[in-house]
Design a protein around this ligand. Structure first.
Ligand code: GLN
Length: 557
């Protein structure tokens, strides 16, 4: 097992498990630990182990699992990887997330090839070996790999993962593996106190399978008293300094600082016997300061489909918050279900108090006409507009219908018989479609037109952005739409694929759509340029007089 860092030292591992209930914030805890260790000058990576059987998480419904996060190398992964990338400098990829299904698939393929030479293929050692191989491989070139085990201790599904990490500590030694267990310490109003019993039970369950946690992260909604910490320490066999309170915070970006105040990073480096300097946390302190006391506030309408499930727009939400940080303003989000517009709610009533309109990515025709109406409202009333992926495609349709006279224009995704498929599947994609894999995924290069809003935002002509879509701007309509004033300000270097559309800055203060997903690359300390500029435009709009009297858009589209 090779697990060498670049300097030749073997990498160390932190394993994060969760107990009592799901949704305690394991992903954010892992991300915060990554942030704290990086702040100490250590090179980190993070990995998420998902216990479900799906081989391809990209096909899972955002209703069930929240957003599909896309990496530079085009992997469609769990949204926790988004937290990891937002909290650290680690650039993650396919190997940073795997599922039980992928592990089984690999083992079964090897069995089919005859690699096991006729021996009985079993969970232990074959499945656990494959899990260990993937964990060790991810640690190549870093000092510490933070490994998050999905699911809750006690679930049948995550048992092979837990067995694999138990074996790893046995094989690598205690100073190379640190187990951190995230648990819940609930407050019971009737008893007027916090309760430690669920934590005791979940630590017992871990001990039964041979894992003694080194550190407990206790999620609570109020301070954990010394007495409580003593009690948890005694019952769970963990020293008191390693019982860390993870109290609810107002902003997720406060977590690294809070956990540091509780001594978490010190306990980790002690447990792993790593020498490292005290962390430099000024960057995080600045982010928290900005988040806590902004000078201004803007309200952005996000007009989409999965609006009842905020997790489906996780990265988008955070990127908007980051855009706010760079403009010293709080971003209030109003999620608007575009179907409401189709069912008769007047667009003006929904959008009149908003300082910006954003139409995010999405699949399926439901609500698309409502999105087009919202885009028309933003264009006509000069409200800053940002269209992402599907949002850019719908903005193209809106422009084609209302400014280029292309009645009935649409994306062929929603109307295969449209007379004007301004968004369509390209020929080679149609061929690929039959083979079952059509998405344009991961980082693609884009060239920006000098003088455009996009160029001004990025301040450079070449950018790389992440994609996840099938349909493309139809090149047959380039001339017709450009002549009417649609600026095609970004395209692939071979000019084959349109990546950004916008309206002239003289005609509209900020109207831009991009085929890629910029939200995946925004960081709190480096807000994405397009989000920064969109929020800036929204702020200017709010301060201008225009907002007061919105004009009426056309009745029908
Ligand atoms: N449904 C559109 C396509 O596949 C947009 C996808 C998206 O917004 N991610 O091209």
């Amino acid at each position: 097992m090779s697990r060498k860092t670049k300097g030749g030292r073997p990498a160390k591992f932190i394993f994060i498990t969760g107990g009592v209930v799901s949704s305690l914030g394991k992903g954010l805890s892992a991300a915060s630990i990554g942030a704290l260790l990086e702040a100490r000058g250590l090179r980190v990576t993070l990995q998420k182990l998902d216990p479900y059987i799906n081989v391809d998480p990209g096909t899972m419904s955002p209703f069930q699992h929240g957003e599909v996060f896309v990496t530079d190398d085009g992997a469609e992964t769990d949204l926790d990887l988004g937290h990891y990338e937002r909290f650290t400098r680690a650039v993650l990829g396919r190997k940073n997330n795997f599922t039980t299904g992928q592990v089984y698939e690999a083992v079964i393929n090897q069995e089919r090839k005859g690699d096991y030479l006729g021996s009985t293929v079993q969970v232990i050692p074959h499945i656990t070996d494959e899990i260990k191989r993937r964990i060790v491989a991810v640690a190549e070139g870093v000092d510490i790999a933070v490994i998050e085990i999905g699911g809750t201790v006690g679930d049948i599904e995550s048992l092979p993962f837990l067995e694999a990490i138990r074996q790893l500590r046995h094989q690598l030694g205690p100073e190379h593996c640190c187990y951190i267990h995230l648990t819940l310490v609930p407050y019971l109003p009737a008893a007027e106190e916090l309760k430690t019993k669920p934590t005791q039970h979940s630590v017992n369950a871990l001990q039964e399978i041979g894992i003694q946690p080194d550190i407990l992260l206790c999620r609570c909604d109020r301070p954990l008293s010394d007495g409580m910490k003593d009690k948890i320490a005694l019952f769970c066999n963990v020293s008191k300094e390693r019982v860390i309170a993870a109290q609810d915070a107002e902003s997720i970006y406060e977590l690294p600082l809070r956990l540091h105040d509780e001594g978490l990073d010190q306990q980790i480096v002690d447990a792993l016997n790593i020498w490292s300097a005290q962390p430099r946390l000024d960057e995080w302190e600045k982010i928290v300061r900005l988040a806590r006391s902004p000078h201004d506030q803007v309200k952005i309408a996000v007009v989409g489909k999965y609006t009842n499930l905020k997790d489906s727009y996780k990265s988008l939400h955070e990127a908007l918050v980051h855009g706010g940080l760079s403009n010293n303003c709080r971003v209030e989000l109003e999620y608007i279900d575009s179907e409401k517009i189709e069912k008769g709610t007047v667009v003006k009533d929904l959008l009149k108090d908003c300082d910006g309109v954003l139409v995010p990515g999405g699949f399926g025709s439901r609500g698309t006409e409502g999105k087009i109406r919202a885009i028309e409202f933003a264009r006509v009333n000069k409200v800053p507009f940002f269209g992402i992926c599907l949002g850019m495609q719908m903005a193209t349709v809106e422009f084609a219908r209302h400014l280029a006279g292309l009645t009935g224009a649409n994306s062929s995704e929603f109307d295969p018989k449209t007379p004007h498929p301004v968004i369509h599947l390209m020929k080679d994609q149609e061929y690929l479609e039959r083979l079952g894999g059509t998405m344009r995924l991961g980082a693609w290069e884009c060239r920006l037109e000098r003088g455009s809003q996009a160029f001004r935002a990025y301040g450079q002509p070449h950018i790389f952005e992440r994609h996840r879509h099938r349909y493309e701007f139809n090149n047959a309509y380039r001339d017709r739409l450009s002549k009417r004033g649609l600026k095609l300000s970004g395209s692939t270097p071979d000019r084959l694929l349109v990546e950004i559309i916008e309206l002239d800055a003289k005609k509209h203060p900020w109207f831009l759509g991009c085929q890629f997903h910029p939200e995946f690359k925004s960081r709190p300390w480096a807000p994405h340029p397009l989000f920064r500029e969109f929020i800036r435009a929204a702020l200017l709009y709010k301060k201008s007089s225009r907002r007061k009297a919105p004009a009426k858009p056309r009745a029908k589209s």
